[in-house]
Design a protein around this ligand. Sequence first.
Ligand SMILES: *Cc1c(COP(=O)(O)O)cnc(C)c1O
Length: 310
Amino acid sequence: MAIIDESKAIIQPLNPDWHPSDLRGIDMLRLDLINPVISGNKWYKLKYNLQHALGAGYRSVLTFGGAYSNHLIATAAAAKERGLKCIGIVRGTYAENELTPTLKNCIEYGMHLVFVSREDYAKKDDGLWLQEISTQFDEPFIIPEGGANELGRRGAEDIAAMIPASYTHVCVSIGTATTFIGLRNALPASQQLLGFAPMKNGIYLEEEISKKVLREKNDNWQLLDKWHFGGFGKYNEDLVKFMNDFYKINGIPLDMVYTAKMMYGTRSLSFGEPFKINKCEDSGEALASVLCIHTGGLQGNDTIKDKLNY
Ligand SMILES: *Cc1c(COP(=O)(O)O)cnc(C)c1O
């Protein structure tokens, strides 16, 4: 397992032919490059969790995820790397009999998988239930699903530190919104933050977000849930074609679950109003300069790899 190298997270301009010419530019922050498995935002959400677990003397960590979860596999690999034992609570008992490539890899990294019913999984934030599993497993440090805690959000602030203030808009895809909240709290209030939800009705996350965003930053952010392509993990031929075209013109692989949908949405927006709000008063020249965050997750393409040209 390659070590995580945060310095590999470069900012790469997209081919100007990919977007309308009246934008200053669209660039991509390549968090996918820091490590092939502990990829993208998942590392940032885990780093302070693992540091805390080690510092507080825990010998193991326990976390939660579905059968295709990027968070689960990133935790398995990062815990191994840090010398911590690791337990993964998997949603759905059926998954035990049909291990996905993600779960097989989790096991390879030494994660102990526990398959629970959807009803039990729903208790994942219930203190009593957590205490119960804790005693079963040598009192591990518990990381919530998706790394969605204060330490996870602090990691997302490290991502914000990589973003120059010259960008007018920052785009990121959303799952638990942990990354989004950390970013909104750490980026200058003047930078517009756009979150792309890859699931149906993702707009429900708005309430949760506004509760956790600092009052002085609770502005200049927007959630978009139009580009879900049928729901979380769903895709169609249009999205696959988009991913292949994007790779051809920009040389950057996107993942089917999150970043492809974000970039599809970003491209749609780039032809409309949202990115043109910063028109220069005198010249009428559009000044929007967009940074899209590649949050990794490329292992999620496993199920469609036959359809991709990368
Ligand atoms: C998990 C994940 C997200 C969502 O991150 P949250 O912090 O849960 O909102 C976005 N992109 C990729 C590639 C992911 O794996």
